[in-house]
Ligand binder design. Sequence first.
Ligand code: C2E
Ligand code: CA
Ligand code: CA
Ligand code: CA
Length: 282
Amino acid sequence: AKSMGKACYEIFSAQMRTQSATLFSLNSDLPQAIEQNQLRLHYQPLIHLESGKIQGFEALVRWQHPKKGLIYPGDFIPLAEENGLIVPLGYWVLKEACRQNQLWNQAYPQATTPLFISVNLSGRQFRDPHLIENIQKIIEDVDLLPHSLKLELTESVVMDDVEVSVNGLLSLKKINIKVGIDDFGTGYSSLSYLHRFPVDTLKVDRSFVMRMHDASDNEAIVKTIISLSHSLQMDVIAEGIETAAQAEKLKTWNCEYGQGYFFSRPVPSEKAEALLANPPHW
Ligand code: C2E
Ligand code: CA
Ligand code: CA
Ligand code: CA
């Protein structure tokens, strides 16, 4: 057992060494990523399920690394959250996403509500004392209607300190920014607090949507989240829709919006624009 333990340790430490070396170099390259314009946004359409129309996009950041190629947020957002760079990175994302959305709203005016843009906000940014003034400056600079911006905060971020969160959400509401709770259902039960959060949308985590066909339990959870949201006057977005059958079910359950590979993967702005110019028949 002893030698086995040692062998395991050696394999483990060798893996850790390569992994931490990679993380270390990403960590030291990250400040330049922002300065040298290496960040990119991809956009994933959010579909109004009943009409099949694009109602908005979620902006998702990527890092075009000069040596390592395209890096996904799972590999650098956690680093940025740890070293604090998430705050400047987050403002870059916010500004670029707002700028893009304003251009699209001018080029593709919608019959009813304007296209909205969803931007992920990390906990550190949500608690940044300059958040409100910075958002106001950005939307003024790019001339965006405040209610076409929606910030996505994860359930765990808003649950972290409920009193502080409620106040933060109220100040966003005061300046007419929309807010959605992301990854709903994955954190600790927040049902008793949910009614206190002034939020516009709940986003059902994709783990429930993807497992809908496995068990009727998962269907029941999704249906319950939808009716809970509606009873609290919130809209629902289901993420991770990969099949027509999932989209169809969610539509019959009156889920307002859907997002997932079935409609489109997150795509660069030119491709997102092509979807607006020539909407597929969903
Ligand atoms: P998220 O906010 O939950 O974003 C949805 C993730 O699910 C995206 O991964 C998207 O590509 C993926 N996805 C969408 N549809 C499907 C589907 O049908 N099937 C499957 N399997 N996956 C799907 P991505 O782009 O890798 O982003 C991962 C996470 O990184 C995001 O999760 C978000 O938490 C974070 N993130 C991305 N951009 C930003 C940002 O600008 N700021 C912050 N703070 N976090 C960000
Ligand atoms: Ca999100
Ligand atoms: Ca999510
Ligand atoms: Ca997620």
